[in-house]
Design a binder for this molecule. Structure first.
Ligand code: SAJ
Length: 428
């Protein structure tokens, strides 16, 4: 029997979203090309070296050189499916920056072939596929539904999550045409061992991801506001949330902290805020949530200020150690990280800063946690990396640390206070 020709997939963007997807498609029998801008990463991948240090599960597959990586969009010419997994950041005014999606679409249209399926996985607000991507793909005269299909399948990778990964996370797909939705669902069902839900249209697919992450942002804002209120009420918000979380239904715990960072939660709400504003709707609630979460780095600095005041110490000239640069535990990613905002605020106030993050030796000012403690009068725990969690409070005492600001409410308050150290958490 004639061997079925392997369908060809090109993944544009080989970061924490594109690379696992490309590897999975190759493992599921597709011929896979990867397109990326970073020549160093391209060479490493073609030598079988995994470029995602936070995802060692890809090491073996990449060592087998299952995918062919290139900086050129050429492979699209011989592909049946093209999947865009490029970042969608925000600019300094918190406006969505679609440049990567636009340049990927322009790279695709130059190589677009009849019968291809183009899928956007990048997080975009409702309307972007039909108002931004589609005009580019049709700019050479090809028509969606006739010459090619366009679908959206929002990415759901959760960096550092060992339980949920690209293979087993359920997905939602939507398309401009019914046929496009059927083709996209068929592709994802061929590589995933998880539910694939077909959405009413491409807009609902775009909106799904945005509401997932705005849901998270508003819930974190809620507990961040509670933390501020419970600080003045003298209630331990962390203990209260843990108490509420014993309720087995209708409650989902979120936790206050030094701030909300990352390329998803801290960014995605601005997409919907901006898109709805253009259509005449003002998302007051989403904006307020963003305001509250963006206020947490300065709230953390205020907590430090009041703790130092108890000891008659100013921020100016005091040696302050920042533990953690990453936006969340056990990953090496500084995008929108609250730590960077805390450091900037402290530098403005004249503090002497030491930094240690085991994931960023190149940006750390000390080689180890011990040296950071040694050189600091006050410590801010900004990222709850596993390396910091078992720190013995006696170590803090030994290094003459006088103040601890627990930006992740991750340490034992009483144990630290028993060492005669001033402890302040966020809401406790
Ligand atoms: N954070 C809090 N309190 C919380 C939870 C998070 O302050 O209760 C902070 C974190 O410290 C971090 C930021 O919010 O700075 C984002 O945290 P996150 O756990 O949401 O981490 P992300 O940005 O990696 O979110 C990803 C998202 N995945 C995608 O968008 C594809 C998100 O949808 C997931 O819900 C989240 O992982 C997850 O569940 O861990």
């Amino acid at each position: 029997m004639k061997k079925r020709k392997k369908e060809v997939v090109t993944v544009v963007g080989l970061g924490y979203v594109g690379l696992p997807l490309a590897v999975l498609a190759a493992e599921r029998g597709y011929r896979v090309f990867g397109v990326a801008r970073n020549k160093r990463n391209i060479n490493m991948l073609n030598r079988g070296v995994n470029t995602l240090k936070d995802d060692p599960s890809l090491d073996k597959a990449i060592a087998k050189k299952l995918i062919k990586a290139t900086t050129s969009y050429e492979p699209i010419r011989k592909s049946d499916i093209v999947i865009v997994c490029v970042p969608t950041p925000i600019d300094e005014f918190y406006n969505p920056d679609l440049t990567p999606v636009i340049s990927a679409s322009k790279g695709i249209v130059r190589n677009l072939k009849k019968g291809q399926l183009v899928i956007i996985e990048s997080t975009i607000n409702p309307g972007v596929c039909e108002e931004v991507v589609l005009p580019i793909l049709e700019s050479t005269g090809k028509k969606v539904g006739k010459d090619f299909e366009l679908a959206h399948c929002p990415e759901r990778i959760d960096p550092g999550n060992v339980k949920w990964n690209v293979r087993n996370i359920p997905r939602c797909v939507g398309s401009v045409t019914k046929k496009g939705a059927v083709r996209a669902a068929k592709f994802y069902r061929s590589i995933l061992s998880a539910e694939v839900r077909v959405m009413k249209s491409i807009k609902e697919a775009e909106a799904t991801k945005i509401i997932e992450n705005t849901f998270r942002d508003i819930n974190i804002a809620y507990v961040n506001e509670l933390a501020k209120s419970f600080d003045v009420l003298g209630i331990d918000v962390y203990d209260v949330i843990q108490g509420a979380a014993t309720k087995p239904f209708a409650f989902m715990p979120h936790y206050p902290s030094v701030g909300v960072g990352g390329h998803c939660i801290a960014v995605d709400p601005y997409y919907l805020i901006e898109r709805a504003r253009k259509a005449g709707f003002d998302h007051k609630f989403l904006k307020l949530a963003r305001e509250i979460n963006n206020s947490m780095p300065s709230y953390t600095v205020e907590k430090l200020q009041s703790a130092l005041n108890e000891l008659g110490l100013p921020i100016k000239g005091t040696k302050i150690g920042i533990l953690g640069l990453s936006y969340k535990a056990n990953v090496g990613d500084m995008r929108e990280s609250p730590s960077r905002k805390v450091i900037a605020l402290l530098k403005d106030l004249g503090a002497k800063i030491e930094v240690f993050d085991p994931y960023f030796p190149e940006f750390s000012t000390t080689k180890s946690l011990q040296v950071c403690l040694q050189n600091s009068q006050a410590i801010i725990l900004a990222t709850n990396h596993r390396e910091f969690l078992n720190l013995n409070p006696k170590e803090l005492k030994k290094h003459k640390v006088k103040v601890v600001i627990d930006g992740k409410n991750a340490w034992n308050k009483e144990a630290i206070q028993n060492q005669g150290i001033v402890y302040k958490g966020i809401g406790r």
